[in-house]
Design a protein around this ligand. Structure first.
Ligand code: AMO
Length: 437
C-alpha cells in the first residue's frame, strides 16, 4: 500500500543490514525516539520485527521535511525512504540516510502508556491499552512464543494422526455438571457457554478416532488467582483405543518437541524476554496421588487421603518436583463422572494431572465407554440424567474405549515464557473485574 506521497514500504527493520548497504529502501513503523544533534536528526523506528535508525541531514533534506521529522509525535506511524549506510552505533550498525518522509498517522498524546517501557506501567494499564502495550518487544515476544507453541503442538498432533475438529461453544446442557457455567439467552431458551469440549470430543472418537481441538472455554468461577481466568485457551485431545499412559505419552511428546522447537525458532524472542526455557527430558516423572500425600507428610502436613491438594499443598510439592511431572490415580470422588474408575482400586480413578512445579497444566485420563457405567456415575454425581440423554445414546453406537486430556495453553505459555500472571499470556483476559477491552 502506498502513502499519499507514493512511498511504499519495501523492507522491515530486521532486514536493514550489510547486505543492503548502498541500496535504497523504505521502512515503515512507529517513531520510538527523536534525537536532534546539530544539523543531524536521528529517528528510531520500531516495527513488529525490531528497531532501525534513520538519519535526517539538514541540507540533504529540505528544511520543511527536517522540521516535520523533528516535530512528529512519538509512536506516530511513518514511512522513511533513503539509502542504507553504515552507522556509528554498535546496537544498530546500519541506518537509513533519509531522503523522504511521510507521516501516515499521528499518535495523539498523552498516550495511555509508554511502549518503550522506560516509564513502567502496571499490568492493568497495559491490559487497558493492550495493542499499544504490544509495541513493547517483551510483551510481543510472549505472544510470538505462544503462537510458536501452538504451531509446534499442531505439527506433533498431525504427525500422530490426530484430526483437528471444532465443536460448538453454545451448548444446551451442562457438559460436565457443576455450577461453573455462563448462561446465555438463546432465543428465549436457556443455553450455556462451553466449559470444555469434553462430551463432544469423546463422542467423536466413535468415528474420527483421534481428534484434537484448540479453542476458548468459559468458566463462571470467581477465582482471584494468577492462574485462573473466566475465558481460557485449551488444547484438547481424545483418542480411541488409547489408555491413560498412551495419552500421557502424546502430551509429553507435545511438551518436549514444542519447547525444543520454540527455543530454536524463537531465539530472538527469548533473548528479548531474558529467559530461555530448558528442553524437558522425557520420560517425565510420574508419581501417584498417594505418593504425593506421603511426600507432603514428610514435609510436615498432608491432606487426608481422598481430599484434594490445595494451592498450599501444590506449592510445597513444587519444591520437590521443579519441572514437568505427572500425578496419577486420583481419588475417583475428586474427578468428573466421565473418568474411569481405577482398574484395581475402585476408590481411585484412571486419571492424571500434568504439573509444572506447583502449577497444574493439564488433566485427563481414561474415560468410561460403557453406557451402564456412565449412567451409574452420573447418578452418583447427582446429575440430571435427562439432560445427558443426547450424550448417553451415543454410547449405544459402538463407542470404543478412549482417553484424552485438556492442556491450558495460557498456563503453559506462562511456564515457557516465565511469566508470573496468566493475564500476561492472554491478549484480552477476562476475569470478574475485566470485561473490556
Ligand atoms: P480441567 O478442568 O482440569 O479439565 O481443565 C484442563 C486444564 O485447563 C486449564 N484451565 C484453566 N486455565 C485458566 N483459567 C481457568 N479457569 C482454567 N480452568 C482450567 C488448566 C487445566 O489443567 N475436560 C477436562 C479435561 C479432560 O479430561 O480432557 C477439563 O476441562 O490448565
Amino acid at each position: 500500500m502506498k502513502g499519499r506521497k507514493g512511498l511504499e514500504r519495501s523492507h522491515y527493520s530486521v532486514e536493514i543490514d550489510g547486505s543492503l548497504e548502498g541500496r535504497e529502501v523504505t521502512i515503515g513503523g512507529w517513531i520510538e525516539d527523536v534525537r536532534p544533534l546539530g544539523s543531524l536528526l536521528f529517528l528510531t523506528v520500531r516495527d513488529c520485527k525490531g528497531l532501525c535508525q534513520a538519519v535526517f541531514k539538514r541540507g540533504s533534506v529540505s528544511d520543511k521535511l527536517f522540521v516535520e521529522a523533528l516535530s512528529v509525535p512519538k509512536q506516530s506511524f511513518v514511512l522513511i525512504k533513503g539509502e542504507v549506510k553504515r552507522s556509528k552505533s554498535k546496537a544498530l550498525p546500519y541506518e537509513v540516510d533519509a531522503k523522504e518522509f511521510e507521516v501516515l498517522n499521528v499518535a495523539k498524546h498523552p498516550l495511555p502508556l509508554d511502549p518503550t517501557g522506560r516509564v513502567p506501567a502496571n499490568l492493568d494499564v497495559r491490559l487497558d491499552a493492550r495493542p499499544l502495550a504490544l509495541r513493547n518487544p517483551v510483551e510481543a515476544a510472549v505472544f510470538k512464543v505462544k503462537a510458536g507453541l501452538l504451531r509446534a503442538a499442531r505439527r506433533v498432533l498431525e504427525e500422530e494422526g490426530f484430526i483437528e475438529v471444532d465443536t460448538a461453544k453454545i451448548i444446551g446442557a451442562a457438559a460436565e455438571g457443576g455450577a461453573e457455567l455462563f448462561e446465555v439467552d438463546y432465543f428465549g431458551k436457556k443455553a450455556y457457554l462451553a466449559q470444555s469440549p469434553q462430551l463432544y470430543k469423546e463422542q467423536l472418537t466413535l468415528s474420527l478416532e483421534k481428534v484434537y481441538e484448540i479453542a476458548h472455554y468459559f468458566r463462571a468461577e470467581r477465582s482471584h488467582t494468577t492462574r485462573h481466568l473466566n475465558e481460557f485457551l485449551s488444547l484438547d485431545i481424545e483418542a480411541a483405543l488409547y489408555d491413560k499412559f498412551d495419552v500421557m505419552k502424546v502430551l509429553e511428546k507435545i511438551i518436549v518437541e514444542s519447547v525444543k522447537e520454540v527455543r530454536d525458532l524463537h531465539k530472538a524472542e527469548f533473548e528479548i524476554i531474558g529467559y530461555e526455557p530448558s528442553v524437558p527430558k522425557a520420560p517425565f516423572e510420574i508419581i501417584t496421588y498417594r505418593k504425593a500425600l506421603e511426600e507432603l507428610a514428610a514435609k510436615g502436613t498432608a491432606p487426608s487421603f481422598g481430599d484434594d491438594l490445595d494451592s498450599e499443598d501444590l506449592r510445597r510439592l513444587g519444591e520437590i518436583h521443579k519441572g514437568y511431572y505427572f500425578i496419577i490415580d486420583w481419588p475417583l470422588k475428586l474427578k468428573p463422572f466421565y473418568i474411569r474408575p481405577h482398574e484395581t482400586d475402585e476408590f481411585l480413578s484412571e486419571s492424571f494431572d500434568l504439573m509444572y512445579s506447583w502449577l497444574e497444566l493439564a488433566s485427563g485420563g481414561q474415560r468410561i465407554h460403557e453406557r451402564w457405567l456412565l449412567e451409574k456415575r452420573l447418578k452418583e454425581a447427582g446429575l440430571d440424567m435427562k439432560s445427558f440423554e443426547h450424550h448417553l445414546k451415543v454410547f449405544d453406537w459402538g463407542m470404543p474405549p478412549h482417553s484424552g486430556w485438556g492442556l491450558g495453553v495460557d498456563r503453559w505459555t506462562m511456564v515457557v515464557t516465565n511469566r508470573r500472571n496468566i493475564r500476561e499470556t492472554v491478549l484480552y483476559p477476562r476475569d470478574d473485574q475485566r470485561l473490556v477491552p
